[in-house]
Design a protein. Sequence first.
Length: 53
Amino acid sequence: MKEKLYTVKEVAEFFKVSPVTIYDWVYRKKLKSTKICGSIRFQENDILVLLKS
């Protein structure tokens, strides 16, 4: 089964932060991301890992 992928905007809304903060978390390796056709996407499992930390 395919896992849903989330955009930067969706993750920012979930954490109630700006998209710039999400890019910062990716840069600092606080949040794991996947690049698909030049766009950053996030797997639900990776979001939950950050939420639990």
